[in-house]
Ligand binder design. Structure first.
Ligand SMILES: Cc1cc2nc3c(=O)[nH]c(=O)nc-3n(C[C@H](O)[C@H](O)[C@H](O)COP(=O)(O)OP(=O)(O)OC[C@H]3O[C@@H](n4cnc5c(N)ncnc54)[C@H](O)[C@@H]3O)c2cc1C
Length: 848
């Protein structure tokens, strides 16, 4: 072998070894030993080329020097720490509290660039207890049956009294309240499944039930309340005698909720005939769900103590208290009208309302801790109510759209057969699968004790956005049927409702731009928070030691991520370790690849932009998109395992992961295109995309397989819409659609007979209704067969029908007083209801 080749072999051994060690994140001591071994071998057997020696010694020194602690700290870390301090992002107290809320879970693994799949796979599949299952099959199913959307949304503007009573009697408001207080004490998973089922049926009911089981007085009391407060309020909240709401938002403070000007001043006042130290409250809130009918307000306000009655401070900051709504000065009763979904939502004001100090949730020692409480609870609650609402809506849309497009014919074919419609159907089903997976896997983690703050934000944003996409697609594939409002339109109202979930609990643009990555980067990164804390340590020498440790671990981690990102991109991650050898194996590998690429990009972004990354919202949002895509893809893979690895669901899994990973690739690409430091962007592109953007979105053929799954009866269609309300009843569109779909499959041989007869000239009609009659007369089909087909045809006709109204039925009477523009209520009176006779007429027009 020539000398050059020998040198090359040594070079390859040395650098290959270094990359291997970095790729596998072997610790410094072992790496030093291995690299030392290679160097020794080189000294004994090598050709001693001076140039190679230099390269090798330099490389080896890089590994060894970090062990020379004193030298390293003084010469490298101290100056680095000084520069770092100048780059630190400014952080408000509220931001710090948001950062400390919850814990890290699978998000932390993805952030590491080297996710340990065994950790995710070891989580048990979430399951309902017998009691929870019985609740879903019993009261929840029954409640769904009682809900008539047209009556609620159009006629009444509220749920009927018997529905309210049923909800209270069966403790729908008490899913999160422990049994000792009379609640149901359901798991997060059961809570999510109940909300999903209700959402598949009626948005007003799911919103009404969702709120008391999400962030509100019960949740606050359970976590922070004193024993007296729990005993005082929880039994009433469990029985439904007390109706709660939580009032944070005010006209001046929406997204920037910490900017509320609602105040509570500590003072002396009269309470139950005695003078006590208490709080005089003034507030002006709006958008508060359940406020119009609430008996107790969870109120967020800023607490001041100008006379130092409770301590040394004058300004305590945001505080949460429970305020009975029957106190003098409290105004409730007026309603907002959220996008024609009439769940109870409205403004509330309070003028000089006096309450004793123990109205503060947790008692006076929790004064000023309100914001911390809220963000801590949101770190869990955001993963449940709104995401499961979106998933439930998706399930209903998938079930309905699959059947409708199979039954609805144009150009003599079911519209589902047209590729354009099929593309939308595949998206509807795939997006629903992603939402189901995310909700189920994350709720399962919560039930195992996790408080996943970043996944909660991911779910809140992405499930509600996917819900909106599903609603859009479902509207499109239904055509005019979904446009014409009336009792027969089951799509229009859910479609109208989608922006509600987008706006609440942190409006989506803000959640994507500021929270997912902004919070994730600090929370989940293995070293950034440690570095920040070390840099802020008032004991500067201790800070230096901690910073040094974090910094050098961080450098090793960054080198490892660079090696991993490059190697995984080069090999399309084919050799990366994954937990399974199933057909989904490649998808785990793809997540590994993008996890490393994401971790590397994050480091460079934080290193070069520092605190500016926070205001570069679009860059931050794109990194959040990548993290979200790999989190959601992991949920899809885990969900598939949790459901017993059903082969028939594979197309859904493939479509979902492909869509998500393609999105991850595209968002990383856009990030690099817009990254202001061009040399760094170039370097990152070389490492992350050495072969270009090679990942492709799902193939058309895969989409067609999914169309087959949701347009035909079968286990995949049922599993995808497992929670959706689909009882076979007159007012249950999903049940009726399924019935007609089953009939269409059963009578397909008869329809085939008709088609054949037409081909042979035995019958002439084009329209099915006429064909049946002609075929019966020509004895192409028997009388019994003709009856079956007539029945089927009539059912389909009924499903295709839309409502029409006499002009006066739609005319507004003008009797009702004009709504006030100001959000603050002046009176408890509700506006007079219009009493317009709304007689409906369903025109069973020919639909084919
Ligand atoms: C139906 C409904 C029910 C509600 N229920 C309750 C309740 O029960 N209790 C309660 O306290 N509140 C409730 N809210 C209030 C809700 O939480 C707020 O609407 C929400 O926080 C957004 O505030 P805003 O509507 O004032 O929007 P704004 O704050 O005015 O925001 C407008 C837009 O700007 C974006 N934006 C704002 N700041 C940023 C930023 N820094 N970066 C990027 N984008 C940004 C937002 O994402 C949004 O798209 C409810 C709202 C609705 C609509």
């Amino acid at each position: 072998m020539s000398g050059f080749l020998i040198s090359l072999a040594w070079f390859a051994l040395f650098f290959g070894g270094a990359i291997y060690l970095a790729y596998n994140r072997v610790n410094l001591l072992n790496s030093t030993l291995v690299m030392g071994g290679i160097l020794l071998a080189y000294l004994v057997f090598g050709d001693w080329s001076f140039l190679w020696m230099l390269v090798l010694v330099a490389g080896y020194a890089l590994l060894v020097i970090p062990n020379l602690l004193e030298f390293r700290r003084e010469k490298i870390t101290r100056p680095a720490l000084e520069v770092y301090r100048t780059m630190l992002p400014s952080m408000s107290d509220t931001e710090k509290e948001a950062l400390e809320a919850g814990n890290t879970w699978w998000d932390g693994e993805l952030f590491s660039g080297m996710p340990d799949w065994d950790k995710l796979m070891s989580f048990p599949a979430p399951a309902l207890s017998d009691e929870e299952q019985a609740f879903l099959d019993g009261p929840c199913e029954e409640l769904c049956g009682m809900l008539d959307d047209w009556d609620i949304s159009h006629e009444r503007g509220d749920m009927p009294p018997e529905v309210w009573q049923y909800i209270k009697d069966h403790k729908f408001f008490a899913m999160i309240i422990p049994k000792q207080y009379g609640g149901l004490e359901f798991s997060a998973y059961a809570n999510a499944m109940v909300i999903a089922k209700l959402a598949s049926r009626n948005s007003t009911a799911s919103s009404t039930v969702g709120v008391p089981n999400s962030l509100g007085p019960a949740e606050l009391l359970l976590h922070y309340g004193t024993e007296e407060q729990k005993d005082r309020w929880l039994p009433g909240l469990a029985s439904g005698d007390e109706i709660p709401c939580f009032a944070l938002t005010s006209p001046q403070a929406g997204s920037d909720a910490a900017a509320i000007i609602d105040s509570g001043v500590v003072c002396k006042g009269q309470w139950e005939g005695k003078e006590v130290v208490g709080i005089r409250l003034n507030w002006d809130k709006r958008y508060i769900t359940l406020a119009p009918v609430a008996t107790v307000l969870g109120l967020a306000f800023k607490l001041y103590d100008p006379d130092h009655l409770i301590g040394d401070r004058e300004d305590y900051g945001i505080t949460a208290a429970l305020i009975p709504t029957d106190l003098p000065g409290v105004e409730i009763g007026r309603r907002h009208y959220p996008l024609s979904i009439p769940f109870q939502n409205g403004p509330t004001t309070g003028k000089d309302v006096f309450v004793p100090l123990d109205a503060i949730i947790g008692g006076p020692e929790m004064a000023g801790k309100g914001w911390k409480m809220l963000v801590e609870l949101l770190s869990v609650g955001r993963a449940i109510t709104l995401p499961s609402t979106a998933a439930g809506g998706g399930q209903a849309a998938s079930y309905a759209s699959g059947a409708y497009t199979q039954l609805r014919r144009q150009f003599n074919l079911p519209v589902a057969k047209f590729e354009g419609v099929g593309e939308a159907l595949a998206r509807i089903a795939g997006h629903t699968y992603i939402m189901n997976a995310a909700v189920s896997v994350t709720a399962g983690a919560i039930d195992q004790g996790e408080k996943p703050a970043v996944p909660s934000a991911i779910l809140k944003y992405h499930c509600t956005e996917l819900g909106r996409k599903v609603a859009n697609d479902a509207m499109d594939v239904h055509g005019g049927k979904a446009i014409m409002m009336g009792p027969n339109n089951y799509m229009g109202r859910p479609y109208m409702a989608t922006p509600i979930a987008i706006t609440v609990e942190g409006a989506n643009i803000l959640t994507r731009s500021l929270i997912i990555f902004g919070q994730g980067a600090m929370r989940c990164h293995p070293y950034v928070l440690r570095e920040l804390q070390a840099a802020a340590d008032p004991d500067t020498e201790r800070g230096l030691v901690d910073f040094d440790d974090a910094l050098f671990s961080h450098i090793g981690y960054a080198i490892s991520n660079a090696a991993r990102a490059f190697f995984l991109a080069l090999t399309h991650a084919k050799f990366s370790r994954v937990p399974l050898t199933t057909p989904t194996r490649r998808y785990y590998q793809n997540v590994n690849r993008y996890s490393a690429a994401f971790a590397l990009t994050t480091d460079f972004a934080m290193l070069t932009l520092g605190g500016k990354l926070k205001i570069k919202e679009l860059l931050s949002a794109r990194l959040g998109d990548v993290l979200s895509a790999i989190y959601l893809a992991s949920c899809v893979l885990k969900h598939f395992e949790n459901q017993g690895r059903r082969a028939s669901d594979l197309p859904l899994v493939e479509w979902s992961v492909r869509t998500l990973m393609y999105h991850a690739q595209e968002q990383l690409h856009s990030f690099l295109r817009n990254f202001p430091n061009r040399p760094v962007a170039f370097l990152l592109r070389c490492i992350i995309f050495p072969r270009g953007r090679t990942y492709s979105s799902p193939a058309d053929e895969l989409g067609q397989k999914i169309v087959g799954l949701i347009t035909a009866t079968g286990e995949s269609r049922d599993r995808l819409s497992e929670q959706a309300y689909k009882a076979l009843a007159d007012n249950s569109p999903l049940g009726l659609l399924q019935e007609a779909l089953e009939m269409s499959e059963r009578y397909e041989p008869l329809e085939q007979k008709l088609r054949q007869a037409r081909k042979e000239g035995l019958i002439q009609a084009e329209y099915l209704g006429h064909q049946i009659e002609e075929a019966a007369r020509a004895e192409v089909i028997s009388k019994a067969e003709a009856d079956d087909l007539r029945d089927y045809h009539a059912k389909v006709q009924h499903l295709m029908a839309v409502d029409d109204f006499a002009p006066e039925e739609l005319r507004r009477s003008g009797e009702a007083p004009k709504p006030t523009v100001k959000a603050a209520a002046k009176t408890k009176k509700k506006p007079a209801k219009k009493k317009v006779a709304r007689k409906k007429k369903v025109s069973a027009k020919k639909a084919e």
